[in-house]
Design a protein around this ligand. Structure first.
Ligand code: PGA
Length: 240
């Protein structure tokens, strides 16, 4: 794992946006794996600015998002589809038909999970996957557990993830308790991965990922088995 420690959130966001911009310039029809949460918002702002400045175009880019709450409607303000539209897609020149987020209303999770992974493969695979990390070491909604699932699937959220995400909802009771998420195998198939982390509240998870052996107790440790991963973090996440 290559590690880039940045002074602050802004620098982390700029470095990550530069990596994506370089890829989009080199391969205009690339496939991006995207993430939601507070962490990538600054990076998305940078990408919006680069698009507005004419530096890059998303016209031929395809995107697959990591996860979605379940059950939730795409129009719900806390859905990840809504988040992506608000924070990126509606501000860039991407074709909405080429943006994919797991269906938070699926009635056939097994079928749709397999179809999501097959669609990614048919698109040529993910060229670059953006990841955040949970305070508990989760990536996407692959929560610490005795075993992890390879493909896209429905999963239960842990209590600490529900606590962490309750800041976006009117009350803790409103947070969905399940999610539709890409699996560890889906993520590890990406050709390149950038993991972003900022803030002292991510230090324990980053330290555990870097120091521990590969363990399902900290799903992010699996990234150490991938050949092309960049950790881009700020000093607070790195040093505590
Ligand atoms: P955050 O979430 O970016 O809102 O901290 C990251 C995660 O839980 O994966």
């Amino acid at each position: 794992m290559k590690i880039i420690v940045c002074e602050n959130y802004q620098e982390m966001s700029s470095r990550a946006a530069e990596i994506i911009a370089d890829l989009v310039k080199a391969k205009p029809s690339c496939v991006l794996g995207l993430a939601t949460g507070s962490t990538p918002v600054g990076m998305y702002r940078e990408l919006i600015a680069k698009t507005a400045a004419g530096e890059i175009s998303f016209r031929d880019v395809t995107t697959y998002n990591l996860d979605e709450y379940y059950p939730i409607a795409p129009t719900h303000e806390q859905s990840y589809r809504y988040f992506m539209n608000e924070n990126l897609f509606s501000h860039i020149d991407i074709d909405p038909e080429r943006t994919f987020v797991p269906n938070g209303l699926t009635e056939n999770p097994e079928e749709e999970g397999a179809a999501y992974d097959a669609a990614i493969e048919a698109a040529g695979g993910i060229d670059l996957q953006v990841l955040g990390i949970g305070q508990n070491g989760h990536i996407a909604f692959n929560e610490p557990d005795e075993a992890l699932i390879a493909g896209t699937h429905i999963t239960a959220l842990t209590e600490d993830t529900i606590d962490a995400n309750s800041r976006f909802f009117a009350s803790r009771d409103d947070v969905p308790t399940r999610a539709f998420t890409m699996g560890i195998g889906s993520i590890m198939k990406a050709k390149k991965i950038i993991l972003l982390a900022n803030g002292a509240n991510k230090h324990a998870a980053i330290a555990q990922m870097l120091d521990d052996k590969i363990t399902t107790a900290c799903p992010a440790t699996f990234l150490k088995a991938h050949a092309d991963v960049y950790l881009i973090c700020d000093t607070a996440a790195y040093n505590g």
